[in-house]
Design a protein around this ligand. Sequence first.
Ligand SMILES: [Mg+2]
Length: 372
Amino acid sequence: MKITRIETVPVTVPVDRRVGKVENTKGFRFQSHLLMVFIHTDAEIEGVGEVTASPDWSGETSLGAKTLIDQHLAPRLIGEDPRRIRHCMDRLAKTFANPFAKAGLEMALFDILGKSLGTPVYQLLGGAVRAGLLPLRFAVMPVGPVESADVSRRMAQEGFRTIKLKVGHDPLEYDIERLRLVREAIGPDVRITVDANGGWSVNDAILAAPYLEEYGVLFVEQPVHRLDLEGLAEVRRRTRLPVMADESVFTVQDAVRCIQLRAADIISVYPGKNGGLLNTLTIAALAEAAGVHCAIGSNLEWDVGSAAMAHACAAISNICVERYAADIIGAMFHTERAIETPLITTPAHVNIPHGPGLGVIVNRQARGIAPG
Ligand SMILES: [Mg+2]
């Protein structure tokens, strides 16, 4: 089997304002600009992938990823056998960074391999270690204290057992007040995690810690800047709170350094950020060997990216979804679906797709993902 053509289609999808505003470092975001990738073969099997581009997150944009793939990455894959996934990814490795673009291509390669064998991607990753529904955690954006409490209450009533509160955008006292009201609104049994997205100093995190403990916060995610792994390690040493590294760990090398510095109790992983499922497998294995847990994070994927995350969860035991609910909530944050069978059919849970490949059938009429 040979790759004959790689098609890249930019798509803009509205974020559902009823669910929540989506905050990035420059303000609220009401649209996701994504790139759908279709790899065509001479065997009439087509693979699909998603580039969940976000300039604030990885420095990538959908149009930048399109140019990169069209001009630099696709030519290295045309004529190759798409089932040789590691070989194909090695051919892309020479290009620095751009993890989401590479992951989008790798998703499509896995989709093709799975379809060619009539088996779901999680089987190709070693087989399922868990079945059934994956519990999700709902992210509450840095809106006001009362609105945060209202959204949290509504989501807890809808079935979410973990609420993730975005902090670090406002003064500490303001975040603590939000936390207090959210805890009051959802009661003692629903878990709360906080994600500062690097918005705190080491000192802020140390000052916040007693309050986070008082309100029963399960762990603090990325308290300090993504490049400050030493600072992350210091927060971990000087507080009793478990620390999750998210933005600090994109690559396998980041994970090695994070583990060496003992900077995190938990590493957030997912195929887009890691530059593909193969890297996610490696990071999860390194972490497991070092006694560090992993959890599935998110960059607000649409449906195809979300499916790839569900396969990773299904196949990787060290992605501890039973303990740390999954962030695969992009499928409910967008107003339109890219696929024919929705991934979320039970509130607060995501399904593991069981069809061949990624197990999703893309609706090419959705949002103008027109046939190329
Ligand atoms: Mg995060």
